[in-house]
Design a protein around this ligand. Sequence first.
Ligand code: 9WN
Length: 449
Amino acid sequence: MGLTMPGAYPPVDQQRMLRQATKVLINNWRGHSTVPSRGLYPHQWSWDSAFIALGLQHCFPRRGAIELLSLCGGQWLDGRIPHIVFNPSVPDEAYFPGPMFWRSSAQEGNPPIATSGIIQPPVHARAAAALTRQLGAGGRPFAERIYPLLVAQNRYLREQRAVGPSGLAAVVHPWETGLDNSPAWDAPLHAVPADLGLFDTYTRRDLAHAGAGERPTDEDYARYIRLALAYRDHGYDDDWVRAEGEFLVVDPAFNALWAWSELALAELVEHTGADPTPHRDEADRITRALVAELWSEQHGIFLARDARTGQALGERTVAGLLPMVLPGLPNPLIPRLLSTLTGEAFRAADEGIYGVPSFDLTDPRHDAQRYWRGPTWLNTLWLVTQGLRTHGRNELAGKLTNDMVWLTDRSGLREYFNPTTGSGHGTDDFSWSAALLIDCLVGLPDSPS
Ligand code: 9WN
């Protein structure tokens, strides 16, 4: 079926696109979970699995449930869901840092499967709520099984990662934000020494799969390694890392997704008969804290904060727009966020801009092809469309959804896209690009489903 795209776009063959995206998810499936990509990311990643499950809900919902439960198989005793669950049949050198680096099994109480020791944004409850609706009779048993695991994930954030008077959660490594190489982390990250001597011991594997011009620099990679080693060598102790860690940042996207996941838990318990009120209260608490601590009236966007120095990090990034997913944001903030989204920094309504750039178009550090320093990524684009729909801005959400369809039709299911030319970059056959495209195609008026 051909869908005529509004604006400048020619019609696309939705059926063909849906088939291609489904094929990527099939090829990347490993029998219990989906790899983000077959070369660059050959294990299971935490927030990737949540986005992947949001696509699987439409074609293989049971597989989506297995995806999330298998991720939770790597959950630690303290509740953290690690950012990578390693596939034991993949050699250690296939990805760096691998299981031998993280040494998760040395931590008491951990599951037998090897994992990393850091976390990623909690999008999983949102995926679990969507799957529960799609699973029919299987929805309730799935909800009952996964609910306590997701409650433990959020308890970990509240008890082990809270910083400051309002108790927003801090991240202790740029990889925990998922927007790893964002210029918002430049100031706190560059305060961390970059020891290039670490590469005498450790070898980057990412450059075998993607161009150096599209990935982080060696200096930043050395800082990533140093931060991860220090956390590991202190036994992944969160009291230590909050007091002494060299990177401690409060990220608006991470915290907004945490609040959003509490709202999703409130939906989940409606299937299990438990009380949703504590989850709604927790979502309200986090939303109020976000506004009080991270909203910048001057910039018209949420800004991250360096919890070590107390300084706001002034970069306008897509992370600062994501609190829009929260229905409880104070009303006056919505038009402000919209004018930032459509203004000079992101130009999301412009026909010559595809999707939402990950970083301010006017900043000299904007790099349209380097990982998180400018490109459009489909997960953050999808989250912005969710936020717009939450606040009734369906027209702009529709334009951005069409951008997503056009980008993938033009350039394939790439990891990220140049927002001004639409060219594709990073790895190809990228699972969350496929999954979120499926979610968009199924929601279009001429849906092929
Ligand atoms: C480190 C898997 C992950 C995503 C992240 C993205 C990238 C890893 C890397 O790939 O990070 O976790 O090696 O660069 O930044 O968001 O989850 O797709």
